[in-house]
Design a binder for this molecule. Structure first.
Ligand SMILES: Cc1ncc(COP(=O)(O)O)c(C=O)c1O
Length: 345
């Protein structure tokens, strides 16, 4: 990469091995089901997640939306975290394109909707009400410090969903970060959900794409929905080839990003003017704020650090977010800490 960029793990460039795999990839027309690289990626992803089938999609947003469309119909209702990605950052597509009513529920400090509240939120069969059909979950939970959520929670949601014949979809954009942080096989986080999507293009460094996984009938329907969304790609094996490297080579090393995020958090905790809870940092996302009376405001600090140290990090609410990834080193972390400290002196 050509700059020191902590704004997100989405900024990651593909690795040299990915660029090589893209050059060498066997290709075909994926809408005909004939792209060997995509077929291999879909099968490998499904196997890793313990599901029957996979579907390569252009983005995490498309994976979530194709899943919502495959699980529901117009006028159905989905129970969803008010501060989750689907509610906050996907252009309202659940409602505008899906015709699905999102019932936005509050979450606890880790991004979990309360099981009792879920139970109370299911609509009874009454012509005044939408039909509740789907629960949407997220792991890691981005807006809560990227906290990894334990398998037990998903098992609890499964029992609840079964009592009401609801489907459960997991937005696992950073699913492998969650598994790495918890030290559990990824299948323990997916065993209780009907469908799950994960991103190849975040901490796993592929340039494009996510994979949606579920049982064969679900993926058959999601493939139709992907086509309707304009997501039927042709020789996209070029991209899937990078995704295969991401899946094979990049998941095990995520603990390194997590260690580095904690290093950053500990460094920031030592700066006068910064407010942070380092113990909240469990994966690759570091959220922090400005103490009252700090000499610079949020945007001014971001700009000054970029100007003086050449290092990028981003705003998050009233505070900041820095995300570690493959292209960042311990030295970059030290330089960011020093750069922020210098600007607040
Ligand atoms: C938790 C979560 N879900 C979904 C997405 C959407 O992914 P994409 O940007 O590929 O559409 C993101 C992107 O940052 C995310 O953080």
């Amino acid at each position: 990469m050509d700059r020191i960029d902590f704004r997100s793990d989405t900024v990651t460039w593909p690795t040299p091995a990915m660029r090589q795999a893209m050059t060498d990839a066997p290709l075909g027309d994926d809408v005909y089901g004939e792209d060997p690289s995509i077929n291999a990626l879909e099968a490998e992803a499904a196997e890793r997640l313990g599901k029957e089938a996979g579907l390569f999609v252009a983005s995490g947003t498309m994976g979530n939306l194709a899943a919502i469309l495959a699980h529901t119909g117009r006028g159905h209702e989905a129970l969803v975290a008010a501060d989750g990605h689907v509610m906050q950052w996907e252009a309202g597509a659940i409602a505008t394109l899906g015709g699905v009513v999102p019932r936005a529920l509050g979450t606890d400090a880790d991004g979990k909707m309360d099981l009792g509240q879920l139970e109370r939120s299911v609509c009874v069969d009454d012509p005044h009400l939408p039909r509740t059909r789907l629960v949407l979950l997220e792991n890691t939970f981005g807006s809560r410090d990227g906290v990894p959520i334990e398998p037990d929670y998903f098992d609890g949601v499964r029992s609840f969903a079964d009592r009401h014949q609801l489907s459960v979809h997991l937005d696992g954009a950073r699913l492998f970060n969650a598994a790495a942080a918890l030290g559990v096989p990824v299948t323990t986080l997916t065993r209780s959900v009907d469908s799950v999507s994960f991103c190849l293009s975040k901490g796993l460094c592929a340039p494009v794409g996510s994979v949606l996984c579920g049982d064969g009938a679900f993926i058959h329907e999601a493939r139709r929905q992907r086509k309707a969304l304009g997501g039927g790609m042709r020789q996209a094996g070029l991209l899937a080839a990078a995704g295969r490297v991401a899946l094979a080579e990049m998941t095990e090393r995520l603990t390194e990003d997590h260690r580095r995020a904690r290093l950053l958090a500990d460094g920031l905790a030592g700066i006068d003017g910064i407010v942070i809870k380092p113990e909240r940092v469990r994966t690759n996302i570091v959220m922090f704020g400005l103490a009252a009376g700090a000499p610079l405001g949020r945007d001014a600090l971001i700009e000054r650090v970029a100007e003086e140290s050449g290092i990028l990090f981003g705003p998050e609410g009233d505070g900041f977010r820095a995300v570690t990834h493959y292209w960042l080193t311990d030295e970059h972390v030290d330089r960011l800490v020093a750069g922020i400290a210098a600007c607040l002196r």
